[in-house]
Design a protein. Structure first.
Length: 388
């Protein structure tokens, strides 16, 4: 991302969680569930409406700059359900004329068949979980689509929506940097404005974690992982899609506004099972999350009008830590004045100078602090150092 200054007010967005998938991928620990019978969408829509109304009472008036339907697999929802939720959001917090409205979709032909319906419902950006561009990797990842089917979904998405993105997972078992470079070039040749490139993470409690423990699934050793990371940065930057966040790449101006809102520590309402939010209320900033179990969430909303199970005030130093953790993921870095205003202290000058001296951190011309490309692979250590 160029050295443009970010907006002073990060804005307000709405996250909507749809917690169902056709099958559970063996690497995934998102709040996603498989059900034999299709969920009762009318009942869920009524519950989404109720929870939106409840959150509106908490926030007061807002204009919505972005909406993100995440999952799970939101592309299993009927377009009419998506439209009903968007209508309720617009009634609660009017959608800005230029609002970014994203839906996460799995790239199967069935789902691509619904894209025009989503467009008519008000979706203007789609994010596709392509994951890999070769069939053997897709099989190993437990995916229900082929590479050809995924690329077809990418093409349909491009024609149906103004904006689109797709996700790939790298640092897969046995993946070589030269193979990944070729795969990434193939992905870039699709001409997307935005790519999310995630290193495979072995999440506790998943089938991949059990295989990994048993020595049956080997992730790349640190040298290969570093080479894969370097290939990712070099290939995307050369193609005009530099990283604007540790795992997200975009052409200038095509960054995901919704994700920027999280990383710039803006305000967002989290609606649906297991959704997180950060609300600015008359009592101050609050961290919220809802019941994760889909049916339990429905039950709570039907009884109480909301599914909140966490609703906690955040002290200003806690907000400063969250701002640091989120903001340092961004190439644009963080505003030291905003950090100081929240935490009541500036960073330790000796630590900052040491990190700058080691080439891990840099100060932009406008005074913002950001992690350098060499620093990103050890981001957690840098955050811990600055927060101490
Ligand atoms: C919430 S998931 C849902 C997307 C959609 N359901 C799909 O699978 O196509 C968002 C993205 O997180 C990434 N992801 C999920 N689990 C991961 C893991 N263990 N390691 C790396 N990336 C992961 C995948 O790229 C996925 O597309
Ligand atoms: S990766 Fe996507 S499709 Fe697979 S289980 Fe997770 S949310 Fe569902």
């Amino acid at each position: 991302m160029a050295d443009r200054a970010p907006p002073v007010d990060p804005g307000f967005g709405v996250y909507v969680h749809w917690p169902f998938c056709k099958a559970k991928c063996p690497y995934c620990d998102f709040n996603s569930h498989v059900r034999h019978a299709p969920p009762d969408e009318a009942r869920f829509l009524a519950a989404f409406r109720a929870e939106i109304g409840h959150m509106r009472e908490r926030t007061g008036q807002r204009r919505t700059q972005s909406v993100f339907f995440g999952g799970g697999t939101p592309s299993l929802m009927a377009p009419a359900t998506v439209e009903g939720i968007l209508t309720a959001i617009d009634a609660a917090w009017p959608l800005d004329a230029r609002a970014e409205v994203t839906l996460e979709a799995n790239p199967t032909s069935v789902e691509a068949g619904r894209f025009r319906g989503y467009r008519a419902a008000g979706i203007n950006r789609v994010s596709l979980g392509v994951q890999a561009l070769d069939d053997s990797s897709l099989k190993a990842l437990g995916r229900m689509h082929t590479a050809a089917e995924a690329l077809q979904a990418v093409a349909i998405a491009r024609s149906a929506f103004e904006r689109s993105s797709f996700d790939l997972i790298y640092a897969r078992p046995d993946q070589k940097p030269e193979d990944w470079a070729r795969e990434l070039e193939r992905a870039i040749a699709e001409g997307c404005e935005h790519l999310s490139l995630y290193q495979l993470t072995i999440e506790d409690g998943t089938p991949f974690a059990a295989l990994h423990r048993a020595g049956k699934l080997k992730t790349p050793d640190p040298d290969v992982a570093r080479a894969l990371w370097d290939v990712t940065q070099e290939t995307t930057a050369a193609a005009g899609l530099p990283a604007y966040e540790i795992s997200n790449h975009a052409r200038c101006g095509a960054e995901s506004r919704h994700n920027l809102l999280y990383w710039r520590y803006g305000e967002y309402a989290g609606i649906g099972p297991g959704a997180h939010g950060r609300l600015d209320t008359p009592e101050g900033r609050r961290a919220t999350s809802t019941e994760r179990g889909p049916e339990q969430w429905l039950g709570r909303v039907e009884a109480d009008g909301h599914g909140l199970v966490v609703d906690e005030g955040l002290s200003r130093p806690e907000q400063a830590d969250e701002y640091l953790i989120m903001g340092l993921r961004l190439a644009e870095g963080i505003d030291r004045h905003r950090f100081a205003a929240l935490s009541g202290r500036d960073f330790d000058a000796i630590r900052v100078a040491a990190l700058i001296g080691e080439g891990m951190l840099e100060e932009r011309a406008d005074g913002r602090l950001r992690v350098t490309p060499q620093g990103f692979p050890v981001l957690d250590a840098i955050v811990a150092d600055l927060a101490a």
